[in-house]
Design a binder for this molecule. Structure first.
Ligand SMILES: [Zn+2]
Length: 509
């Protein structure tokens, strides 16, 4: 086994305590010594003068379910991420059960891969991830939406035998190594599930002390009701709950965030194990179908297209959207489409497209959905800077990427979340200290996940380390040019080995 020592650096150990000068010695894939003493000479030394040494970052919420298995995808590793949690918002690439093609259709907007992907079971997926050349360690949640579609197809209404089968598959997934369970209650058909369907699944999660992560039913005017629904289910089942990407979307709803945080704090005082997470950006990113009423998506994309081609149905859909969409038409930018014909629209807002097509914005939106068979990605201006600050700096908040791939312009969080946090949020805006920020992307998410020996620089922990320059670390990724590598990261180590696909050690003098 190889011994290696990181010397002369500033250790930001993940616990949140003040950084200190010291050295970290690793043997094989473990950290064997951490000390603030003057180092002895080591045979293999890496001089980290002027640099910080932190635990590898843990991305608690990612949608790289497929890309994390691809050794050519290095966006996460280049940010210092050594482990990530996939299977979020109800979408996982397993199981298949009777409906492999439907599961792909359901999740394609989020996973953004064609081809015959999909795994029969969590075990198959986790084995594939472990033996892949991917640059991060993968932890998977079982997605409620995928389970439901695997068992019952794209229909909204399911039967008791369907629910029983879903429970069996979830139990198997948890016993095969899934880190927990997720729901995505704004995505059809999972969105038609109420507490009566979901609670028995949460009891299975709770019995195994795994994590339940939820993309709630609403992040706009229905935010507080959605939060109360989730807290109620956690109370009834005793499960540990993580509110995914908490925010109040749309200007009219910005005032709700203080109440939302109040609800969460009150639930904690009641003994509910609840926390939340958010990405360090004011804009969100999703699929355009998210704003359609549930009934319009019943039966999948073919059924949706049929409805949008029928004048009466289309009118009803338009009315629903106009009365519920929290953002303005100027706030929503198209970032990805399927067809060649509409590629020129990428980068335009829905307001722009409406002008170009001389139609009402809602009509332009529906026409685009129809032309693209539902496959439209968007970035939307969601929340105020003040709210973002209140969320990020809250002691219950982990910081996540929520990154996903699009054919077009991905949200810059895919390439930039972690350096953006340490550069813009910590160094430029000074919203929190470096130690606090590192804690929110290492030990805190590791504890949420119940992950052992990850997230701290401490003896016996895994030798996942990031060496970076706190004065330079930044993400140049923008909404217009999102696919840009971070700067200021000198080296990334996973299991004691230099991840040489990311940064050369030349940066570490
Ligand atoms: Zn989500």
């Amino acid at each position: 086994m190889s011994m290696i020592a990181f010397v002369n650096g500033t250790i930001v150990d993940g616990s949140g305590r003040d950084p200190y000068r010291g050295f970290v010695r690793c043997d094989g894939d473990r950290i064997v010594e951490v000390s603030s003493a003057e180092p002895a000479r080591f045979e293999r030394e890496i001089d980290c003068s002027g640099l910080a040494i932190a635990p590898g970052f843990l991305d608690l919420h990612s949608h790289s379910d497929l890309q994390a298995l691809d050794g050519a995808r290095l966006e996460k590793a280049k940010q210092g991420v050594t482990a990530e949690v996939v299977g979020n918002c109800g979408f996982s690439p397993f199981p298949r059960d009777g409906h492999a093609a439907d599961v792909r259709d359901f999740a394609r907007g989020i996973f953004r891969e064609d081809g015959d992907w999909g795994w029969e079971s969590a075990r198959d997926y986790l084995n594939a991830a472990a033996s892949s050349s991917g640059a991060t360690e993968v932890h998977a949640l079982a997605g409620h939406g995928s389970l439901r579609v695997a068992v019952a197809g794209m229909r909204q209404r399911i039967t008791t035998p369907h629910r029983e089968r879903m429970g069996q598959l979830l139990e198997a997934a948890l016993d095969e190594g899934c880190a927990g369970f997720s729901t995505g209650l704004m995505y059809a058909p999972g969105s038609s599930a109420g507490p009566r369907e979901i609670e028995p699944f949460l009891s299975l999660v709770s019995a195994r002390d795994r994590l339940y992560a939820t993309h709630m039913r609403s992040y706009s005017s229905g935010l507080i009701a959605a939060l109360r629904e989730q807290i109620g289910m956690a109370r009834n089942t005793g499960c540990r709950i993580q509110i995914s990407h908490l925010q109040a979307a749309g200007r009219a709803n910005w005032g709700l965030i203080a109440d939302a945080l109040g609800e969460i704090e009150a639930a904690r005082r009641d003994g509910i194990d609840i926390e939340f997470d958010i990405y360090p950006y004011q804009c969100g990113s999703t699929v355009l179908t998210q704003w359609l009423p549930r009934w319009a998506l019943d039966g999948g994309m073919d059924a949706m297209c049929k409805r949008l081609s029928n004048e009466r149905d289309r009118h009803r859909v338009a009315q629903h959207i106009e009365s519920t969409i929290p953002q303005g038409w100027d706030d929503v930018t198209v970032t990805g489409v399927r067809s060649e014909a509409n590629t020129a629209l990428v980068g335009s807002t829905l307001a722009d497209i409406a002008k170009r097509w001389s139609s009402e914005p809602v009509e332009a939106m529906l026409e685009l959905l129809l032309q693209e068979r539902g496959a439209v990605n968007v970035v939307s201006f969601n929340q105020s800077e003040e709210n973002l600050r209140a969320l990020l700096t809250h002691p219950l908040c982990s910081v996540i990427s929520d990154g996903f791939y699009v054919r077009g312009l991905p949200h810059p969080r895919l390439h930039g979340t972690f350096p953006e946090l340490l550069g813009t949020v910590v160094r430029e805006k000074k919203w929190m200290t470096l130690a606090e920020a590192v804690h929110k992307i290492t030990a805190k998410p590791a504890a949420r996940l119940g992950l052992k020996e990850r997230g701290l620089i401490a003896r016996g922990y895994r030798a996942d380390l990031v060496v970076f320059d706190p004065d330079r670390i930044a993400s140049p990724a923008t909404y217009q040019k999102p696919e840009q590598d971070p700067v200021g990261i000198a080296a990334v180590y996973r299991g004691g080995r230099h991840e040489d696909r990311t940064f050369s050690l030349a940066g570490v003098a």
